[in-house]
Design a protein around this ligand. Structure first.
Ligand code: 5RP
Length: 291
């Protein structure tokens, strides 16, 4: 039966289909171990098959990013509205109460800051990810970026090997290559390479032609929000991504830099899980923001 489920999933699970069409609600995960499935189920809501990850790992490259200066004041109040937290182990241990009971997608690589070229990233010790009770490990992959491509591919492969040993899924984070434009061809290549190397989730960016990126990636794709946009535009981005096959968002600046971050994450949640249109979600944002 497992083979049949896997076959059905490979053939059928794509844009326009719901999680209940397959044997397991996370794309590409039918044949995984119990521990992997359990962790993926903590990230992807079994009812909708989707997730709203709150990304606040920016400091590992950018230092005290605007909106992330005080994790206790800026981020902790938002945690209740997120399905999953994406952050570094330093911020997790110092600033997130251990009783929030949220799955963590742990930033599991580290490298240079914005002051230097991004290069020679290293992987953290997987045992420390286990100590943090990580539900997934996030590792960057820089397609088309010279030596950095090989280094990040090696990190990704190593994380997948160690993750498979302990039942921890890996999220491949597609970086933006220096030489290549942010177009569907680039992100489809980077996303597919992450999945081919064993990533169970891919984080990439929304762009024209996103439907092809999601359809040609055999695991769930979540989108980063990118630079801060006006709230309605950010909600439109979420809506289009979900409509075009994304399994959720891994959003940072468009939430924590919003004029009302708590209202914004709830509006994003409503688009991702409840199918609100951008206009309906923006109305919800305004109502919550004005309360
Ligand atoms: C930084 C990251 C961020 O988590 C990612 O870019 C999502 O944040 P944003 O929505 O602000 O783009 O991986 O390295």
């Amino acid at each position: 039966m497992a083979d049949m489920d896997g076959f059905k999933e490979a053939v059928n699970f794509g844009v326009g289909q719901t999680a209940s069409d397959t044997g397991f609600h996370v794309k590409g995960a039918s044949c995984m171990s119990w521990g992997m499935k359990d962790r993926l189920s903590r990230i992807f809501n079994p009812k909708t098959g989707r997730t709203v990850m709150l990304a606040f790992d920016h400091g590992f490259i950018m230092g005290p990013t605007s909106g992330l200066e005080r994790i206790d004041l800026n981020i902790v109040p938002l945690v209740q509205y997120a399905d999953c937290l994406m952050c570094t182990r330093g911020i997790l241990r110092t600033s997130i109460p251990a009783n929030v009971n949220k799955p963590v997608c742990l930033r599991s690589d580290a490298g240079s800051t914005i002051l230097t070229e991004l290069n020679r990233n290293v992987l953290i010790d997987v045992e420390d990810a286990i100590r943090c009770n990580a539900s997934a490990m996030a590792v960057m992959f820089s397609a088309g970026d010279g030596e950095q491509e090989a280094i990040t591919a090696a990190n990704l492969v190593r994380a997948v090997d160690l993750g498979n040993r302990y039942g921890i899924p890996v999220m491949g984070v597609t970086a933006v290559g220096k030489q290549m434009a942010r177009d569907a061809r680039y992100f489809a290549l980077a996303s597919r390479v992450c999945a081919e190397n064993g990533a169970s989730i891919v984080k990439t960016y929304y762009c024209d032609g996103f439907e092809k990126i999601a359809a040609s990636c055999p695991v769930p794709v979540v989108i980063a929000g990118g630079k801060k946009l006006p709230e309605l535009e950010a909600l439109e981005l979420c809506y289009k991504a979900i409509n075009d096959g994304a399994a959720g968002v891994d959003m940072g600046r468009n939430v924590f830099q919003s004029e009302s971050p708590a209202a914004m994450i709830q509006a994003v949640h409503a688009v991702v899980h409840d199918g609100l249109t951008p206009e309906q979600a923006f109305q919800l944002f305004e109502e919550l923001a004005n309360k």
